[in-house]
Design a protein around this ligand. Structure first.
Ligand SMILES: NC(=O)c1ccc[n+]([C@@H]2O[C@H](COP(=O)([O-])OP(=O)(O)OC[C@H]3O[C@@H](n4cnc5c(N)ncnc54)[C@H](O)[C@@H]3O)[C@@H](O)[C@H]2O)c1
Length: 271
């Protein structure tokens, strides 16, 4: 779908990081943007900044993507305010405690799946019917490189992100059958510096305590850092090309990891 001035984008998890970057990238195209996040003050400030910087209308919404009614209210508020919705970015995410999967509490898995996977599902359930009715639209779901290859130590995160990849690929197939004017893309970035460690400590549920932020938490990832511009420009290009995956990385480490995983699946295709 070609992105044009006047179309309307909605981004969850838009108070900071990739979500805020996406909001700015749509606004730079002259598109009004709805920025939504669980962190109310932060998302209000970010929406005001995007409006100031790009001269487009923005709307800030406090949304909990774990709650289908909250996401439905986001969709309705978008249509009430702007009369249309063209792009939904289901982007909210959190980073939980790390360690071998058998040592992590089930509450950690529940939180990650609730936010990162069911948050995407709720976004699709509320926005896609409106897009089908309008005869146009695109869904961008944020997964991660952790959804395309194993990353030991963050299995709840990886499991949820693999879920987002699989969900989006199947969603695309369903849309191709039932509503070909609506597209879907899964965004899989490598590591881009963000405050996910900080924001996760502001929104973690009581049954998922998080130790103080350890600056070394991202050490060992097999890649150079991306810039926000790398992520947002490739995400928007993938929407316009209606590609299934926007896989954004630098250098060879992640590519080798993905190739090894896919080759491992192919090697095991025996019957
Ligand atoms: N930063 C990276 O290296 C990286 C790489 C790959 C994928 N991602 C994914 O990108 C997305 C954005 O992460 P980021 O790195 O920009 O971090 P971020 O912390 O800046 O953004 C995540 C946002 O989600 C919000 N959020 C958390 N729980 C929520 C809930 N229940 N409802 C609504 N909003 C909620 C947070 O308040 C935060 O603003 C996440 O899905 C993350 O998993 C990040």
């Amino acid at each position: 779908m070609k992105l044009e001035a006047g179309q309307v984008a909605v981004v969850t998890g838009a108070a900071s990081g990739i979500g805020l970057g996406l909001a700015g990238a749509f606004a730079a195209r002259g598109m009004p943007v709805v920025l939504s996040d669980l962190r109310a003050d932060e998302v209000r400030a970010s929406a005001a900044r995007v409006a100031d910087e790009h001269g487009v209308a923005t709307l800030a919404m406090t949304t909990d993507v774990r709650d289908p009614e909250s996401v439905e209210a986001l969709a309705q508020a978008t249509v009430d305010r702007f009369g249309r919705v063209d792009v939904i970015c289901n982007n909210a995410g959190v980073m939980g405690p790390q360690g071998p999967s058998w040592e992590l509490d089930p509450a950690v898995f529940r939180w990650l799946v609730d936010v990162a996977l069911l948050g995407v599902v709720h976004g699709v359930r509320s926005f896609v019917p409106r897009m089908i009715e309008a005869g146009r639209g695109h869904v961008l779901n944020t997964a991660s490189m952790a959804g395309l290859m194993p990353l030991p130590g963050i299995t709840p995160y990886g499991a949820a992100k693999h879920g987002v990849v699989g969900f989006t690929e199947s969603l695309r197939a369903e849309l191709a059958m039932h509503a070909p004017s609506v597209g879907a893309t899964v965004l899989c970035p490598g590591y881009v510096p963000s405050d996910i460690g900080v924001s996760s400590r502001q929104v973690n549920p009581a049954d998922v305590p998080l130790a103080p932020l350890d600056a070394a938490a991202t050490a060992g990832l097999p890649q150079e850092d991306l810039t926000m511009e790398d992520v947002t420009s490739q995400a928007l290009a993938a929407i316009e090309a209606d590609r299934a995956h926007a896989i954004v990385y630098r250098g060879g480490g992640y590519e080798a990891g993905i190739r090894a995983r896919v080759q491992g699946v192919l090697d095991d295709l025996v019957n």
